[in-house]
Design a protein around this ligand. Structure first.
Ligand code: ADP
Ligand code: MG
Length: 624
């Protein structure tokens, strides 16, 4: 007797569903694709419980006959491919005939459909592993599909679904992609009973503005390239609206959203020195290429594609974007105009500080600026070494993060990374600070010298401040002279709702009205005029870290906030500023790592220096 059996269709479908249908978002993706393949130009979507309980989608497309309806949920049943030639040049979204079969194996499905030429439509109700029932029914031209209780019969998969919020975000992201690539389709999306998207206009610029941010197109550059083989069209951001995450990068190939590292790299590299390593320019780019020259059948959800000639595609995309930037005069070599920003007077000689004898104290005056530099000891007397060693949650988590994210390389070997040190070493310090390359602060301590990364240091200080604000030990709020209003995207609003209370504890005060937010107070540390940008970027970083999922909500928000409100690399600091930074840093609980686990301080001892210069150590330099 043969041991090998052909799998029953129902089981085969359930197995296929593992690939095609992973979460509510993938159901929606497949169903919207079907509606577009059926030439619908009006799609209406409603979800309940982030699509876990109900996904309802209605289109005004071609509809199905009774026979087609019956076949539609059978495996490998498709109206879109007939010959092998079709497979070699795919023009529709679907072609595998797997989506409806897979969905029907893991949910209760109801399809109502009617063709224009038919008087009556049909309704089919199906449940996993049973024979579907079909009846005549009165319904509108087009197709409506109800997907109820996704994965109810596969509890392991249902349990595996993420929180409502992240499933919802995934859905919103997918709909955003369709809305950008199918501007001819009116798209309406309801979450529970709330109207989330109502996209009617059919021009790309309006869609981009509606989906990615009010008037964002004004800060983007049009790309329009065609060499007869490939077209590259759409918009890329000017460097002025660079983001800190990839959330605003959209790439389409023949109107299908794709993920492709190499093309993404081509786009980024076209920007060259205009952007930094961790900066992400928003873009919405459409590539068009002869479908014979690509293969989209390499991924069950068709997110990835293969090109016949990767190199050509890379070079073409890169030069298309480069040309657009060049036409806008944006590829000129970056000028670092620190000369304008910095106070040349005080920079002439950072050591030019005069000591003047006061009654009780020495005071120090910067000869160039006349500024009195406050050198008073500002360490809290109760700060003990113990505090640094106590193995609280933060410390241990940062240690862990540091190990993951930062590996000291050989270049650093001469330097000790300081993580757990005797804080007294830092107190006994000669109070001159030198700033090098506008990013590091160098100062002497009793054993040698320290190099402090100004941005990482400030981040650490602001991070600890934020944590204190959450614990209501500290507050810092400044009313704005003029209220400031701006619109946020749906997904930003979602993030904001989630952390509204915490953001208010930081010192922001605001009201939300639909997608508009009105700021009326800000934390003192946020610079005047930077409120909107800092606020947006804080939300953006928060969602970025949230996806990585390593930090608690508060830690994440504190890290996002501190990153935005901290002084940047490249900023010239006065002696006084460096002094304050140094003092604040050593008042922190964990001064040695920034909230992202990067080191803040390096130390080189005089003994090391002596060795390097071939001297025998001169102990008189050490502790006086
Ligand atoms: P595929 O899209 O790969 O063909 P699906 O399982 O998604 O496979 O759909 C099976 C078939 O059902 C499609 O080929 C199409 O003929 C029909 N169909 C599905 N959804 C719709 C719709 N919204 N309108 C009209 N026909 C549809
Ligand atoms: Mg399909």
């Amino acid at each position: 007797m043969a041991m090998i059996k052909i799998l029953p269709e129902f089981l085969a479908n359930q197995i296929a569903a593992g690939e095609v249908v992973q979460k509510p978002e993938s159901v929606i993706k497949e169903l919207v694709e079907n509606a577009i393949d059926a030439e619908a130009d009006n799609i209406f979507i409603t979800i309940h419980n982030s699509g876990k309980d109900l996904i309802h989608i209605q289109d005004n497309g071609l509809g199905m006959s009774r026979e087609d309806l019956e076949l539609s949920i059978r495996r490998h049943a498709t109206s879109k491919l007939v010959t092998q030639e079709d497979l070699e040049a795919i023009l529709t979204f679907g072609f595998r005939g797997e989506a409806l079969a897979s969905i029907s194996a893991v949910a209760k499905l109801e399809i109502r459909t009617k063709r224009r030429q038919d008087k009556l439509g049909y309704c089919m109700i199906s449940e996993p592993n049973s024979i579907p029932a079909i009846e005549e029914c009165d319904t509108e031209v087009g197709t409506q599909i109800f997907v109820r209780n996704l994965f109810y019969n596969v509890p392991a998969r249902r349990k595996f679904l993420k929180s409502n919020l992240s499933e919802y975000k995934a859905i919103l992201d997918t709909l955003t992609k369709f809305a950008l690539s199918h501007t001819n389709v009116q798209l309406i999306f309801n979450n529970e009973n709330n109207l989330v998207l109502n996209l009617r206009s059919d021009n790309l610029e309006d869609r981009i503005n509606e989906l990615l941010g009010h008037r964002i197109v004004e800060s983007m550059i049009k790309v329009d390239f065609d060499d007869g083989i490939m077209k590259v069209k759409g918009y890329v951001a000017k460097p002025s609206i660079i983001k800190l995450s990839r959330s605003h990068q959209f790439l389409f190939l023949n109107n299908r959203n794709i993920q492709n590292k190499s093309i993404n790299h081509a786009i980024i590299s076209a920007f060259g020195p205009l952007i930094d390593k961790n900066q992400y320019p928003p873009y919405v780019l459409f590539l068009e290429i002869d479908p014979h020259k690509i293969d989209i059948n390499i991924h069950p959800q068709k997110h990835e594609v293969k090109f016949d000639d990767d190199r050509y595609v890379y070079m073409t995309v890169k030069s298309a974007v480069q040309n657009a930037l060049r036409a806008n005069d944006l590829t000129a070599p970056v000028k670092f105009n620190f000369e304008n920003e910095m106070n040349l007077e005080s920079y002439k000689n950072p050591f030019d500080i005069e000591r003047q004898q006061d009654k009780n104290d020495d005071i120090f005056v910067n000869r160039n600026t006349g500024e009195i530099v406050d050198y008073k000891e500002s360490f809290k007397s109760n700060k003990s070494n113990q505090k640094f060693e106590k193995n609280n949650d933060f410390n241990s988590r940062f240690e862990e993060k540091r190990e993951n994210s930062f590996k000291p390389n050989d270049d650093l070997s001469a330097f000790d990374l300081i993580f757990n040190n005797d804080v007294d070493d830092f107190k006994k310090i000669d109070k001159n600070f030198i700033q090098i390359h506008n990013k590091y602060i160098v100062c002497q301590n009793s054993k040698g010298f320290l190099i402090i990364d100004q941005h990482n240091a400030h981040e650490r200080i602001n991070y600890e401040k934020a944590i204190k604000m959450f614990e209501r030990e500290l507050s810092s709020q400044q009313k704005l002279l003029f209220e400031e209003s701006f619109t946020l995207t749906q997904s930003e609003i979602l993030t904001l709702n989630e952390i509204e209370e915490e953001i208010k504890l930081l010192g922001f005060d605001f009201e939300i009205n639909d997608s508009e937010i009105t700021l009326n107070a800000k934390p003192i540390d946020v610079k005047n005029g930077a409120e909107e940008q800092d606020f947006r970027e804080m939300l953006e970083l928060f969602s970025e870290y949230q996806e990585k999922g390593k930090m608690s909500k508060r830690e994440n928000l504190a890290a996002s906030y501190s990153c935005r409100s901290s002084i940047k690399t490249g900023k010239i600091l006065s002696q006084k500023e460096m002094e304050m930074l140094h003092n604040d840093l050593f008042n922190c609980d964990t001064p040695y790592v920034c909230p992202h686990g990067r080191p803040v301080i390096l130390e080189m001892t005089i003994t090391d220096l002596d060795k390097k210069f071939g001297r025998s150590p001169d102990y008189s330099y050490e502790r006086k």
